[in-house]
Design a protein around this ligand. Sequence first.
Ligand code: NI
Length: 406
Amino acid sequence: MNTKITSALIYTPDGLITGDICITDDRITAVGTAPEGFIADKVISGSEKMVIPGLINAHTHIYMSVFRNLADDLSFDDWLFGNILPREDRLDTEQAYKWSCLSCEEMIRTGTTTFMSMNIFPNADSRAAHDFGMRAVITRGLVGEDRNDEGGIRRLNEHLRDCELYKDDPLISFKLGPHAIYSCGEDYLMFLIEKAKELHQDFHIHLSESRREVEDCIKKTGKTPVRYLYDMGFFDIPTCAAHCVHITDEDIDIFKEKNVSVLHNPKSNLKLANGIAPVKKLLEKGVNVCIGTDSQASNNTLNMFSEMNFAALLQKGVYEDPIVCSADEVLKMATINGAKALGMDKDIGEIVAGKKADLVIIDLNSVNLTPKNDMVAALVYSSNGSEVNTVMIDGKVVMEEGRLVR
Ligand code: NI
């Protein structure tokens, strides 16, 4: 199947160009000028449109759309222990699947083609991703005291069953998801390091999210959470660390040394009053930083355009430096940096020949993008996600002119 997007403004690694994108099956075969003799089965007009790589939401929990606008303006403990966890206990997998579907629709409509989700109901978010044709990295949130903890073993086994169920789905992959250092005992973490080596799966963890997490860890171990994991050998496994709000310069050096990717969730960190991650410092040290929305329970959307906007503005405000986190830098955080974090940069994150066709087509005639000046700035500073017109994942159109097609 050959598809051609004609005469579009295209965001490439070398900047914006106007031209065609040719796609054969799941891959981009040409960017700029269509090769002679390329006959398209499907033509999509790119006139008055811009094409960007599909956005990558590197940290979320998609079943949690059920908790949107439900427990707002509360303390972290009241939010989590008083409201979210008790309600989670009353959900089942079928309900979680339906709420995950809502999230998939929200993500596609706002230009996200790939996400990484940490769940408590395996086969809810994997099934939703599969049904919506989304690219997804699924992690079962793992909680346990030690390697003999029955709950910890049960959760790991649920994860393994999910891996088995979707092993033939090329769009779905898995990471091991120790929830956080405060919900996993040291022996359980050591056990998961062994399992990660055995299964060849990377890690996805919440890390240094709140000041209290860090203070408790220092009280207990004499080390920051990052140093604690480093000394344990945790980072010998490629790691995606969500949040990283309260980190030291030494922590940042560890991230650089061990190639840890930071999943920055600016809105969730603000909403739960956890603070603002030092993204400027991380970038200066050469740490890979990408963007996640976290869940609707603490955001309250999965809209990556809104998240990019916050990511850019917050760093400028905090560092009193308008140069930091340029629109282009932030768009890269939401695309190629996310792909690097997920270990998928060979295949996604940029519009170049040879990569998978995960593409988002944006309507440039929207009022809030007018006039057409710097269109990368437009995406980060004036877009709200409603301008997404057509979305393609793995070469298949999943939304066409605003209509979901699956
Ligand atoms: Ni989270």
